[in-house]
Design a protein around this ligand. Structure first.
Ligand SMILES: [Zn+2]
Length: 154
């Protein structure tokens, strides 16, 4: 378990990560994410993530985050468990104040720090939560379990 993903970084430390072009990566058990697992059918599994820090022209600190996992959701059509694969990459520009949001370079998501600090694992959890479908369903009705079939026949 990579401790560094669960450390708090202040703005100065984040700046240093950017200047050094640091990379934080690791595999985290999903059961460490309380907010996320509250939305899941099961907390089994893990997520692999890599965060690359860099300093962009104009002084922007960029966090380039890639992650991949398979989570278990509940299909809203048949109410059976559903494996949902997530693989995404997001590039975020760190803002010192929300008022800078309109200046964020194109292609980056604005990221405002809460109390001037950041825990990478928490940022990852936020992204995972956002990536979940609002109404999870098996991709095709044939993939659904018995309850839906029963429903169709009535
Ligand atoms: Zn289903």
């Amino acid at each position: 378990m990579p401790a560094s993903l669960f450390s708090w970084y202040g703005t100065r430390e984040l700046g240093a990560l950017g200047e050094r072009g640091s990379v934080l990566s690791g595999e985290i058990e999903l059961n460490r994410f309380n907010r996320l697992t509250g939305l899941l059918h099961s907390d089994a599994g893990s997520v692999t993530a890599t965060m690359r820090f860099r300093q962009e022209r104009g002084g922007w600190l960029i966090i380039d985050m890639e992650y991949e996992t398979t989570v278990q959701l509940v299909c809203q059509r048949c109410l059976e468990p559903l494996d949902y694969h997530v693989r995404d990459r997001v590039e975020m520009a760190l803002l010192e104040t929300p008022s800078l949001e309109s200046h964020v370079p194109e292609g980056y998501e604005p990221l405002v720090l809460d109390e001037d600090r950041l825990m990478p694992a928490m940022l990852l959890e936020d992204e995972l939560i956002i990536s979940l479908p609002i109404v999870p369903r098996h991709a095709r009705p044939e993939g659904c379990g018995d309850p839906a079939e029963a429903l169709d026949e009535t």
